[in-house]
Write a protein that binds this ligand. Sequence first.
Ligand code: SAM
Length: 345
Amino acid sequence: MAASGKVAFVRLPPLPTIGEIIKLYNLRAEKQLSQNFLLDLRLTDKIIRQAGNLKNARVCEVGPGPGGLTRSILNAGAADVLVVEKDKRFIPGLELLSEAAPGRVRIVHGDILTYRMDQGFPAHIAKKWEDDPPDLHIIGNLPFSVSTPLIIKWLEQMANRSGPFAFGRTRLTLTFQKEIAERLTASTGSRQRSRLSIMAQYLSTVKSCFTIPGRAFVPKPDVDVGVVHFTPLAQPQIQQPFKLVEKLVRHVFQFRGKHCYKGLEKLFPEAERLELIEELLRSADVDPTLRPAQLSIAHIQALADAYSRLCRENSQLFDYEFREELKQKRHSHRRSDSSIKNSSI
Ligand code: SAM
């Protein structure tokens, strides 16, 4: 395989255009699979430039479809391009591309949500976490339907150094609906600040690259699209388990418009709520009247450390879910209501 050495000849030979590939294989876009294609190779080249130098690199491309972005990746000199595509109609077109770039394209017909990327590349390319990132990139014009679950899964794997991050600080260059791209990159105090902003930014440097207008895609989606680049941090800004941070941040943002303590207090069972929320905020030194969007990563870090300490002191605390308590209460109310009714019959 070319990836073991250098790629001597990088430009692809003449091929049918992406538009011709779509016609040739009758590739009507499937709404269910969020298929919006990029046919303009100048635009796909521009996306690929955001990934950095791909000469002799290894790349996993998510959802190559008719292969526009794949061509730009190959033209940038990548030596080993592993494409994961769910829709089998695209496989013949991708095989054509693979023949034009012998030994440089590997095609997986599968679902990126379950694909084991840690098994897709050789172990020897791994770098230590603290070292420079490995020469491995994840790139994709992501299907809207999977982009949020996928980035959350990858952030968790980033925290656990598993999946694509078993190879070190693998970089990602991905497209998202503009609104999601804005949330990922939103700074403290901005309107788009959300759970995603905190979860992405405590683990990685997140860069908003540029916006692609919806009209650049075929068919045209209802929204514009943002290109976002992620480089995992050598030292995550919060040193607590991902699940703990996720639970805390979910509570912070559940009442976006209210003071942050409103959501945070729901981390604690009703009987001890007042005492524990006071202790959490005092020990993290966070002003309870800040709004969720005003909390910086440093605030969340202090809250996560304080919450972790409380969980260590009370082993059942982390499993507590206030919605469960609410459900149980409603259930027991209903039961006592019906027993009153039955006794009066
Ligand atoms: N990369 C192509 C381009 O830029 O023109 C196609 C992008 S299109 C927005 C998304 C692609 O992801 C489609 O080819 C679709 O079939 C594929 N896809 C959708 N869900 C997928 C999944 N779970 N795993 C892998 N591919 C998926």
